[in-house]
Design a protein. Structure first.
Length: 256
């Protein structure tokens, strides 16, 4: 896979008159500092480790295409260690639905969260997208210029549903999605694997509301008139910190 991606990247650069640089920050893009986890993270959908409790949320998701219905909020957090980038989503959802169970199925038709990541900010069109529905079904892609390309990461994920799946007769509370993406998934594009403290990446976080009340919310507003997530120039900015959440917040992890 690494050789194939490297070939694709080189071919794209040769055919592109100029490489668009994404390092210049736009004033209205959100920024977030990713702290190191203070201890092991178990991907079980419970997000009950002390590190998750100490990590700051990235901020409210926005609803640029809202027309009607409840604006069901999503709370996302990020952590890292030498092996993985960790993402957790806690999503309010009164009607949870999902049907897709095959890898790389169109999970965006279900209740779903998505992470688009650009490790190398000097090449704005080189990024990865990872999508996970509430059943834990994964779709992952590597993008060169337009949504394309077969790509299979070693992403691990777990979900927890507080409600009844695919039953619109009652009201649910929401769901949790916990994700670990190994940094070696980015070895073809990232300047450093794992990142070095102080490294800057670009990414965006998204939510799709499923069959009922599909709100298409996002962390960084893509600024398009219709729902569109593949807008890398609008990805938010994240900074990798050398500090752990325990060091930063004063929290002390407790043993189980």
């Amino acid at each position: 896979m690494r050789a194939r991606l490297t070939t694709l990247i080189v071919a794209t650069l040769l055919m592109t008159p100029a490489v668009v640089c994404a390092t210049e920050q736009v004033a209205d893009l959100p920024e977030h500092t990713i702290m190191r986890a203070a201890g092991p993270i178990v991907i079980d959908g419970r997000i009950d480790e002390p590190s998750w409790g100490a990590a700051a949320a990235v901020g409210d998701f926005v609803f640029p295409w809202w027309e009607a219905g409840d604006k069901e909020q999503t709370e996302a957090r990020l952590l890292w260690d030498d092996a993985n980038l960790y993402i957790s989503f806690v999503a309010d959802d009164r009607h949870i639905s999902a049907v897709h169970t095959d890898r790389d199925a169109p999970v965006s038709q279900d209740d779903c969260v998505e992470i688009f990541i650009m490790p190398d900010t000097s090449h704005i069109r080189h990024y990865y997208n990872f999508e996970v529905n509430v059943l834990g079904t994964i779709l992952d892609r590597f993008q060169l210029s337009e949504p394309t390309g077969a790509y299979t990461s070693k992403l691990s994920t777990a979900t927890q549903i507080d409600g009844t799946l695919n039953d619109d007769a009652d009201e649910d509370t929401g769901f949790v999605t916990e994700i670990a993406i190994p940094f070696d998934s980015f070895v073809d594009t990232a300047p450093n694997v794992p990142p070095k403290p102080g490294d800057i990446w670009r990414l965006n976080l998204y939510r799709i509301g499923g069959k009922v009340n599909a709100q298409y919310s996002q962390w960084s507003n893509t600024g398009t008139p219709q729902p569109k997530y593949h807008v890398p120039e609008r990805f938010g900015v994240v900074h990798f910190s050398a500090d752990s959440v325990a060091t930063k917040t004063g929290a002390t992890p407790t043993a189980d």
